[in-house]
Unconditional design. Sequence first.
Length: 513
Amino acid sequence: MLSTLIIVFREVLEAMLVVGIATAAAREVNIGARWIYGGMFGGLCAALIVAVFAEFIAVSMQGTGQEFFNASVLLSAALLMSWTAIWMGKQGREISGRIKQVCQQGQGNTSTAWMLATVVGLAVAREGSEVVLFLHGVAASSNGGAVNMLSGAAVGLILGVGVAVILYRSLIHLPIRHVFSVITFLIVLLAAGMASQGVAYLVMIDELPALGQSLWNTSAIIPQQSIIGQLLHALMGYDDRPSGMQVLVFILVFSLTWLAIRLQKWAPKKAVVSVAVVSLLAASAVMMPVDAEAKKVYSPIVEQGEVEFEYYLDYDIDTDPTKNTNARHQFELEYGVTDRWLTAIYGDFRKRPGKAFAYQGLKWENIYQLFEQGERFLDAALYLEYIIPQGSLNKPDAFEFKLLLEKETGRLINTLNLISKKELGTNAKKNSSAEYSWKSHWRWKRYLEPGFEIYGSLGEIGNTKPLAQQSHQFGPVLTGKFHNGLGYELGYLFGLTTASPQGAVKFVMSYEF
């Protein structure tokens, strides 16, 4: 009973602390409780689904599926919490002066409501799935009987919820001038702690360097399994024996998020964008991979001040086991610095058949628009990218150049990318490689634009491969963007040559700030 009580209390406490702080934040910016309840319900449903497929998740990715799942959930929640804290830092200064007017207008409520609901859902999903899996394991082993197990779980649930309720009631009774400062600080702590816990899982499975297995040992002072240790772990990711990577990520996320909040006083947009770009650069330097190009057609049009986060997934389908299930997850953050120059940092997790997702390096891209849109017969831009592979791969750096061309005729838009890639340094190939990509789409509705895409890789310039050994893919795509800034792209690419995968599913989701 005691072990069940402690485990359930710990997991419920971690989830409910997030729920309590999110509820207090929602209350102060006039976001209805239904968003929080919706997030909790979605999280519980996700937890049950995860529990049902627990065995599949655990054995996937060569037995590291559960760690990847936990890391993905924690890092996603940390990103959303950081952005919420930055927004609340700005909103708090407005509300402190005119609370009723701002709340009645509901400024920024929808996007922030979605973020808070998503954070709550992720927290409940992760902790809930672990509770379900633990109770399932106890029931299967019949250790102590069902009555003791359920009694311990019930007491742990009540204690965890009780602590979170006390925290919530304490927050909402603070003087209004202090409410936003305290809540924002707690959200920043949660974000940094979640990021730290997320990378701890990746260090555990050797996907990230530890940078020192144990920087210090405070188990004699505040054991992590004690009540205080569990509270600190839930609130800020406390670990009595943290690795260097955990400490580094905690400091980076906390300091950069807090810096963005403070800088908003005199340069709101530039401060948030600058810190976001630096944060992603720092994260990419330790986490993001590079091998292989994503199936993406770039437009030459640049919008000044645009900030966009993009998630990309493709998945190969083939009867050949060396090609089947080849997958890639790519993350990108881009910023329109001027009306001609866009810069972005990105990377992707790459999985080859029979292998785990691998960390591989860092990419930095820049697009320079040559003419004003519509000024010439073709809109054109230069794309320059530098690729730094992860050190242990012993791969050369690479420089990629693209000529981006686009022609808009009525509602039809045709875009062509001509691509050349040159490796640099030791082990580099002598010749540059040549690739191309093409996209045509019809602007039928803003949220639904049908079209098709073509991708091809010819091999080295001056020494191209025979056609059968070249990669060429073609397929239909649907793209669209909604008024809240959320965009999507969904497509299926057919392989046209022997060397190409027989099919590939492509999915892109983006959010424009």
